[in-house]
Design a protein around this ligand. Structure first.
Ligand code: HPA
Length: 260
């Protein structure tokens, strides 16, 4: 299996044809995945928050998930993520291919390279989201006549609470555009194992303080339901255009560790 979709909030209901559910054992615990066809493409589908959305962002087994995909032979990962908007450049309902991140997580395993058996790796994240994969998604959106935005700075918070307006003002001053809770360390772990990774960020709400009313998870779900169909089309169309070759920097990113 060369390709995977990591479905975040609201993208959990996507159904694959000829779907098979299975468990993959990893050094970080066992991981539930599905395999099947999206359109004509075989792919692995991983629900980030579990089957029934029961795993909060700070307790997701990020290392297990990414290791399981590597074990399955996955080379390219499309991941969706709900985000709040910090900037007026991004509106509710926008689909955004983020190109940079600011990491404000606090208490998550960050790396596969903890100095033990795997050693130490200072992986390069100059371009954290694979530019070649992003370009494929852009072209696919054009084919479908879907309006998407290419570029934006993703701020990852620890959650599971939403932010204070003061935090959002700070993120804005630091250059953040969108805020979510699950993008880190997923993108970094994929890079550490040499896989291409791209986040399709779905703007579900205005961030705290930009919106004058309290934030609810219900609001996030309602917008996701609205976006679900277009996201499924985008992923399906993009996956049809993917080839298994990686003509980017991603597969050699971990060569200093000499492992893969
Ligand atoms: N903040 C953090 N995570 C989110 C938000 C938000 O406003 N919306 C969707 N995920």
């Amino acid at each position: 299996m060369d390709f995977a979709l990591i479905g975040g909030t609201g993208v959990e209901n996507l159904t694959l044809n000829r779907r098979t559910a299975r468990t993959v054992d990893t050094p970080y615990g066992s991981v539930a995945i599905e395999t099947g066809k999206l359109g004509n493409t075989d792919l692995v589908f991983l629900k980030r928050h579990g089957d029934k959305h029961t795993v909060p962002p700070h307790l997701i087994n990020y290392r297990g998930n990414i290791w399981a995909l590597k074990q399955m032979g996955v080379k390219k990962i499309l991941a969706t993520g709900a985000v709040g908007s910090i900037s007026t450049d991004f509106r509710i309902g926008d689909i955004v291919l983020v190109d940079q991140f600011l990491d404000f997580t606090k208490n998550r395993p960050l790396t596969f390279f903890d100095g033990g058996e795997l050693g130490v790796l200072h992986v390069d994240v100059t371009e954290p989201y694979c530019p070649v994969l992003r370009q494929k998604i852009v072209l696919s959106a054009e084919t479908l006549g879907l309006n998407i935005k290419n570029g934006g700075v993703y701020v990852c918070t620890e959650g599971p609470r939403f932010e204070t307006p003061a935090e959002i003002r700070m993120y804005s001053m630091m250059g953040g555009h969108l805020v979510g809770m699950t993008g880190i360390p997923e993108v970094v772990l994929a890079r550490e194992l040499g896989m291409c990774y791209t986040t399709i960020a779905l703007v579900t709400n205005e961030a705290a303080g930009i919106s004058k009313k309290p934030l609810t998870h219900g609001e996030v779900i309602a917008t996701m339901n609205m976006l679900g169909e277009n996201v499924a089309k985008l992923v399906e169309n993009t996956s049809r255009t993917l080839d298994r070759e990686q003509i980017c920097y991603c597969p050699t990113s971990n060569k200093e560790a000499g492992l893969f």
